[in-house]
Design a binder for this molecule. Sequence first.
Ligand code: G3P
Length: 214
Amino acid sequence: MKFFIDTADINEIKKAKELGILDGITTNPTLVSKIGRPYREVLTEVSGEVDGPVSAEVISVDYEGMIKEGRELAKIRDNINIKIPLIEDGLRAVKTLKSDGIKTNVTLCFNSVQALMAAKAGASFISPFVGRLDDVSEEGMDVVEEIRAIYDNYCFDTEIIVASIRNPLHIKIAALTGADIATIPFSVFRQIIKHPLTDVGLAKFIEDYKKIPK
Ligand code: G3P
């Protein structure tokens, strides 16, 4: 499973890179708004940090606007893919951008039939938002399991990005389900490394080493 970081914060990206396990980046307008600098400037900076895929989201919600914006954002760097909302005009835009040779990440996916539509339109990535489903008492990870089964049934090569991740359990189930990618907030990157028994065990080893005659 590939690990992306879900952030537009260059410092978080650099720290995740230091771990040596970062495969890509996802951003959205909310994440970029936290940086307090112009949209394109932030995306240019962020996309230069990794060789892997970087998602940049369009703001338009009409077909022509999404195509225009998508083509402009794709010029920033070769590793940029265009995040498109899962709406009718969005699916049309996915097909057109694909014929231009531009990859897309279809976002705001909340059920498996939506994901089927995105794959049929030619999306490179699909982003089910698991945390937001959990927030409204629906099992977000069930949707990921269904998407995996549907894509496997019909050999779609659209990659599943588990998004809106809130905790390590989301990542464990994503891996068990065979999701292609987890896009992880920096805070959760830290959580998935730590275990209290690792810390306790390490302290004991260091303490016991001191007892060994020199
Ligand atoms: O990539 C989309 C994802 O970041 C949304 O996460 O936490 O705003 O639901 P969240």
